[in-house]
Design a protein around this ligand. Sequence first.
Ligand code: MLT
Length: 211
Amino acid sequence: MPDHAALKLHTHVFHPGPSGRTLLLLHGTGGDEHDLVPLARHVDAQAAILSPRGNVLERGAPRFFRRLAEGVFDLDDLRVRVLALRDWLTAAIEHYAIDPAQLTALGYSNGANTAAAMMLLHPGALRSAILWRAMVTVEDAPPINTSGRTLIVSGRTDPILPLPNAQRLASMLRERGIDVRHEVLSAGHELTRDDIDLARDWLARDWLGRA
Ligand code: MLT
């Protein structure tokens, strides 16, 4: 039976799609469950969309875990929230009959950090993720041996997520057995058309690899 209590943890939308694929959208600080939907349609028009709203409020701005300052994270809160999001995802997969083998997370900024943390802390919970503007959050993530695929897209002049930090995240994921492609755009923190194009092309190849 689906765990309805767990499902209620996040306000969310689910838009069915004609393929067996699903994109899990994780928005950035101040976004909501609707934010990334138009971009996701450009990344994969045929995929279903599952999109939760972060349930932490920072002066009214939704996030997926608390931070103490910009780039300084409340790691105890992060661990609790990421575990709860994992449980919410398990309930949503059951409730909406999502195929977990055909699920890809698409996260931006705080949402990308959340997806990366889930891959590092809960091996197997996410097998595929596109991380737009991600950085290291959990410095002491356990030295697991897992698998999965990730595209990280960074902005060379991103003032919020410094490039060396994103490179460190790529290394952390690779050391744990995840196949990482890291692209660096001539961009800042904001998303660009190139982010969408890279995500669409990477995902198309990823699906082919899984078929
Ligand atoms: C953000 O503004 O969302 C940060 O850059 C990333 C985070 O807080 O996780």
